[in-house]
Ligand binder design. Sequence first.
Ligand code: GDP
Ligand code: MG
Length: 176
Amino acid sequence: NEIPVRENITLKVVVVGNSSVGKTSILYRYTQGGIFHTEIDSTIGIDYRERSLKLQNKTFQLQIWDTAGQERFKTITRSYYRNSDGIIVVYDVSSRDSFIKVREWVESVTESAPENVVMLLIGNKIDLTNKRCVTLEEGQDLAKKLGIKFIETSAKTGVNIEMGFEFLVKTINNQK
Ligand code: GDP
Ligand code: MG
């Protein structure tokens, strides 16, 4: 009788984007079982969270890195991206400025991250329907231009958070 062996794969995922777009909220939602925090302390440093995910008969151990305030000062070091398998770039659909900055974030990632890194663009806060100023189509078009994956989420309602990470992990796994 053979015991089925699950492959165990550790993946490093890094989350970037302007301050207050919801990076930490997305990670809380994904790693802390759906808790939404309205006040998150952004002390300077880097925060780290873990979650495991079973997909395609493999167990993925996700190590997710979050900037804690560094994005305000654009002092994110190259070493932050080192050995990363996936990068999530987040903007806020109610902030035009955060959307405009996406290109710069992608460029700085491209300079510092491994060549085969998988990038996912997330437009967050889609629950704010009345405040939305970046359309779904604009997000899709930008992602297409930059050659990266795209999804819209809400850390508040939880919509597409699970799916976003699953999508990222599947893409990483398929190109390995
Ligand atoms: P970070 O600076 O990118 O880590 O952003 P935070 O996660 O600290 O979130 C900044 C603010 O936006 C906080 O007040 C959050 O509660 C709020 N926020 C984050 N995600 C969402 C969302 O999906 N919808 C709404 N309405 N608010 C959000
Ligand atoms: Mg944060």
